[in-house]
Design a protein around this ligand. Structure first.
Ligand code: MG
Length: 299
């Protein structure tokens, strides 16, 4: 079961759900369910972020709702037949926190040490780009790299969360490509400057297309990660090789920074980060979460 956000050609936002290879209009399904339950005060769901805020984003909720509807009518006419555009599954995160050097082989390929405590930086939310959107490389910035990563979406506010309760704060997972202006980052590192610009240019955070409910992912630390450029595999690893695991990351970050619903934690990239060029088609995969595909253009 995979959830997603999409827009109709008129620009109307919707929530979709994909099951058994079919995509359903969940915004409409939820409206039918609300009528059935006579609960008009419950909000409509046009965005997954609202479902998460209402603590209704889980496979068990999706299954309950779909089960009730199926008990009295077919779902066939609720399949999405119109043309649509994927949107990022979380469009307005409060923050995007990214881990640096969280895979040993990636740290080594850049002749860096694995840090003793998690090393993180942020990407600005304005960098988000949906599936099938174009990664725009501004002229004159030199080398730009791809970085496939597992992204964790926070579902419950957290301050000083313990490692043992950290997973209760995770709503779901998605795929991120932490696009990086590598040449500019190299200059910043040399000069002791922050990475914000090299990590946060517009379109440098492709994400999605699907948000996978946490209760359908038994072990997020055993997921294959893969990224290909024009069909040729460049990165291939497994999330089991993360140096700091998700409970450690949630506990460490929330010791200092409040985690809010909808915040995104990008858990770091494995080895094999390489340059991308205008015209390239970048495809990122994590587990069976689907495929995040973007074309690179000159910006
Ligand atoms: Mg990264």
């Amino acid at each position: 079961m995979r959830a997603f956000c999409y827009s109709t050609l008129k620009g109307e936002p919707r929530v979709g759900i994909e099951m058994d290879g079919k995509k359903y209009n969940f915004t409409y399904i939820w409206q039918i369910y609300k009528e059935l339950k006579s609960s008009p005060q419950t909000p409509d769901y046009y965005f997954l972020q609202i479902m998460i805020e209402m603590e209704n984003f889980s496979a068990s909720v999706f299954n309950d709702v779909l089960g009730e509807i199926k008990s009295f009518r077919s779902l066939d006419d609720l399949v999405i037949t119109e043309k649509f555009r994927y949107e990022v599954p979380i469009s307005r995160p409060g923050k995007i926190i990214c881990l640096g050097r969280n895979y040993r082989a990636h740290a080594e390929e850049w002749k860096s040490q694995v840090p003793e405590v998690p090393m993180f930086f942020s990407k600005l939310p304005s960098a988000l780009l949906p599936h099938e959107g174009h990664i725009r490389i501004p002229d004159g910035i030199g080398r730009v790299d791809h970085e496939v990563e597992l992204a964790v979406i926070i579902g419950k506010r957290g301050v000083r969360v313990s490692e043992s309760s950290a997973m209760e704060h995770v709503a779901g997972y998605t795929i991120v490509n932490d696009v990086t202006a590598r040449a500019m980052q190299g200059v910043a590192i040399k000069n002791g400057q922050p990475w914000t610009l090299s990590k946060s240019m517009d379109t440098f955070c492709p994400m999605g297309p699907y948000l996978i409910p946490a209760d359908t992912v038994p072990d997020p630390h055993n997921l294959p990660l893969e990224l290909s450029v024009n069909g040729v595999t460049k990165q291939k690893a497994n999330t089991r090789d993360m140096v700091f695991k998700i409970p450690q990351l949630v506990a460490y970050i929330s010791k200092y920074i409040t985690l809010e619903v909808g915040d995104i934690i990008c858990t770091g990239t494995p080895e094999g980060t390489l340059p991308i060029e205008p015209g390239d088609v970048i495809t990122a995969r994590v587990g069976d979460f689907g495929e995040l595909r973007n074309t690179v253009i000159r910006g």
